[in-house]
Design a protein. Structure first.
Length: 431
């Protein structure tokens, strides 16, 4: 199926096995504005495939969902009573707003070369697919809320490479919707990401698990939340993750690792994580300020959060984390008159096991550089921490951390105070 130069208006397209949808340079596939012209298979989308094999979307053309107009039209139909919806936060739920691509239970999928823009919901979702390859794509979607750049749900054998993603929600998001399934054997390589949420995130949802993930040579800029967020909060696990060579500029947080318990009795598990060769600069102000659908200001008041946050739960420790050759520049300037957690009040930091995970979820934290809580076997070597302005907080604070080492540390803190504080922690080596 080849689209030559021109603009082609369409409702839902169902891609069948052994079919390639190819967009020549100059071809634009436009989603119609009427929400009722989109079909639904679990979710609604412009391009749909279910139980298909050997399918592709390729070329140098553009897929444009006209998402802002479509989403507003969905809202209008809800107000008129023609579509039923919970309509939370004054907007229709993501399930009834069309994505641009939704493939479920498909095998041998190729997305290559195309530009994908202006979705009404998540831009593209691949759900329980096998052998998925997304290469040299451009995602430019800031049309409406929930514009995740690419969602990979419980998939096996995935490569996302050589791509540029600018999204008003998470850039690349791995999810596990099925407690009996996992997302595994994933490569994310040579990508540039900007996000009004997280650049690369695992979890929410995290019912099953994530295993054998490699993240290599990634550039992140102007990203509101975390450059990398690994969140095991729904009873699932995250294990065997390797991230290497990350350049991060103007982000709210560099690394966020979290175990939660959003459903009582279902605690996550997070272990065997290696993150190496990172250069990151934490933003002095809101990193996505000025974007029309920028991330909501929340969890205030607080000073600029620590560059790295690793937070497990009591009796659910994060284990075996290796951070190697990490260079972090933090703006500092933390003011105790704005918000304060003193070192003799660390027990007052809330656990919040049931809360939606995010680096700012604890409000004020007592460190500007690294805060680690409920963890074991942390191995941090070759760390270079720089605080630009005087800050009331300590560079590194540990709370209930055990059998861990911090070696070859370089910490520049203009506050001239204690730079390392272990609390309720044992077998700690710091040098």
């Amino acid at each position: 199926m080849v689209f030559d130069v021109g603009r082609f208006l369409t409702g839902s397209i169902h891609l069948k096995s052994n079919v390639t949808l190819h967009l020549m340079e100059g071809a634009v596939l436009l989603g119609v504005l009427n929400p009722l012209d989109y079909d639904r298979e679990r979710f609604t989308a412009l391009i749909l495939a279910h139980d298909q094999q050997n399918i592709s979307v390729t070329g140098k053309g553009v897929i444009d969902g006209q998402g802002r107009q479509v989403a507003n039209n969905v809202a209008s139909l809800v107000h008129k009573g023609l579509i039923k919806d919970a309509f939370r936060n004054d907007r229709p739920e993501v399930e009834i707003r069309p994505m641009l691509i939704y493939f479920r239970n498909c095998e041998n999928v190729l997305i290559k070369g195309v530009t994908i823009r202006n979705a009404a919901a998540w831009v593209q979702t691949y759900d329980q697919c096998k052998n998925l390859f997304a290469d040299s794509i451009i995602v430019d979607s800031r049309a409406f809320w929930n514009n995740d750049g690419i969602d990979v749900v419980d998939c096996d054998s995935v490569a996302i490479t050589n791509s540029y993603i600018d999204a008003d929600d998470d850039g690349i998001c791995l999810k596990s919707h099925d407690p009996k399934s996992i997302c595994q054997n994933v490569l994310i390589r040579n990508c540039t990401i900007r996000s009004s949420a997280n650049a690369i995130k695992f979890g929410t949802a995290s019912l099953g698990g994530f295993r054998n993930i490699r993240i290599i040579n990634i550039k992140v800029f102007d990203t509101y939340r975390s450059a990398i967020a690994l969140e095991a909060v729904d009873g699932g696990f995250i294990e065997n993750v390797e991230a290497d060579s990350l350049q991060v500029r103007n982000t709210g947080n560099a690394i966020f690792l979290r175990i939660g318990e959003r459903v009582s009795g279902k605690r996550g598990k997070l272990e065997n994580i290696t993150i190496s060769n990172v250069s990151a600069e934490i933003a002095t102000s809101k990193p996505d300020s000025g974007y029309e659908y920028e991330g909501p200001i929340e969890d205030m008041p607080r000073n600029i959060s620590p560059a790295i946050i690793i937070a497990g739960l009591p009796e659910a420790e994060i284990t075996n984390v290796y951070l190697k050759n990490i260079e972090l520049k933090h703006p500092g300037g933390g003011n105790a008159l704005l918000a304060r957690i003193s070192l003799d009040a660390l027990d007052s930091v809330p656990e919040k096991p049931e809360a939606y995970p995010d680096f700012s979820m604890f409000h004020e934290l007592p460190a500007w550089g690294i805060y680690i809580r409920h963890a074991r076997d942390m191995h941090i070597t070759g760390l270079d921490l720089l605080c630009d302005k005087k800050d009331y907080r300590t560079a590194i604070v540990l709370d209930d951390v055990h059998h861990s080492q911090f070696i070859s540390m370089s910490i520049k803190d203009p506050g001239n105070k204690k730079i390392f504080y272990p609390y309720h922690s044992t077998e700690i080596v710091f040098k």
